[in-house]
Design a binder for this molecule. Structure first.
Ligand SMILES: O=C(O)CCC(=O)C(=O)O
Length: 301
């Protein structure tokens, strides 16, 4: 791994999550509504806006191939949005530029040759597509009588850990089921991320028990801010999302939480909490790499 660039100085900022409702079978309508909600969120003057997992498509195997878009992003290379074949990328880029705000574009089904991914794209306030994360851990679960889902029937897993730098923080990315793998969050934290953002869509079985627990757990383990943004619950849809989009601080305190309908929530992200947590409970300096293997990036050793 090449040496990591130094993380930006962590500065106060406002984070907004859009718990998007009304995701229908019509992609153009979904993009139009997402755009309207981004404009509405911008009225709260946030520095960073987040959309939920699978925001342009209903969630399900039958839908992924129909809604999948070619993005063609190559990490480290400039991306020309004007040449993009993705309507979602074009909309997100244009609206990020229009409002002059950082935007984490939830996720969409992405097609790359014969493979499909669950993919999150990130835009700077100039509208440039600057980062992309493909869900690393596919949602394959089977809880008899409750929920069976196998994303791997149609999707391919991503194979990289991703973060991006803003002028106020280093922000790590994951998508939904990725949260169940503490290693991913731990590596992002070791790569000096201050805030981890995972668009997600838990369900009515695992949501009530695990949604908050996992976010508070990852926040406390890593002493970072942690946030998941869900679609609103729609009982007429095939997949019933849990909702409850949430922002958690490094002490594990829930700063803001949505209910289950369409809603925009915001929180002030205060670096002092990050500093105080790490000073008061100094686990970042108490690790016993003599007892267990180090997971820090090789370049840091
Ligand atoms: O882990 C869970 O319980 C839900 C995960 C999920 O819905 C997803 O990855 O899309």
């Amino acid at each position: 791994m090449s040496k990591l660039a130094k993380a930006p100085v962590f500065k106060p900022f406002t984070l907004a999550l859009i718990q998007l409702g009304g995701i229908s079978a019509n992609k153009a309508d979904n993009l139009k509504h997402a755009r309207e909600m981004i404009l509405k969120a911008a009225g709260k003057k946030p520095d960073l806006i987040v959309l939920p997992e699978c925001f342009n498509s209903p969630y399900g195997h039958v839908h992924f191939p129909v809604y999948a878009e070619k993005i063609g992003f190559v990490p480290g290379a400039p991306y020309d949005v004007a040449q993009s074949e993705s309507d979602s990328v074009k909309m997100l880029s244009a609206v990020a530029k229009e409002i002059g705000t950082w935007l984490v574009g939830g996720s969409i089904p992405e097609r790359d040759n014969d493979k499909m991914y669950n993919t999150c794209t990130v835009y700077n306030p100039q509208g440039d597509l600057i980062a992309l994360h493909r869900k690393v851990h596919l949602f394959d679960i089977d809880i008899p009588g409750k929920i069976t889902f196998k994303e791997s029937e149609t999707l391919t897993a991503g194979s990289s850990i991703n973060f991006f730098d803003t002028e106020f923080a280093r922000i790590g990315l994951g998508i939904c089921y990725d949260i169940r793998f503490p290693e991913q969050a731990m590596i992002l934290a070791r790569q000096e991320c201050h805030v981890l953002i995972y668009p997600g869509a838990f369900n009515m079985t695992t949501g009530p028990l695990h949604w908050e627990l996992l976010q508070r757990g990852r926040a406390v383990d890593n002493q970072v801010f942690f946030s998941m943004c869900s679609p609103a619950r729609d009982l007429t849809a095939g997949y019933h999302a849990w909702g409850h989009s949430m922002i958690v601080d490094p002490m594990g305190k829930v700063l803001s939480e949505a209910q289950d309908g369409e809603e925009i929530i915001t929180s002030e992200i205060d670096p002092q909490t990050f500093i105080d947590t790490r000073a008061g409970i100094p686990v970042t300096r108490q690790r016993r790499f003599d007892v267990y293997p180090d997971v820090a990036p090789a370049s840091d050793k």
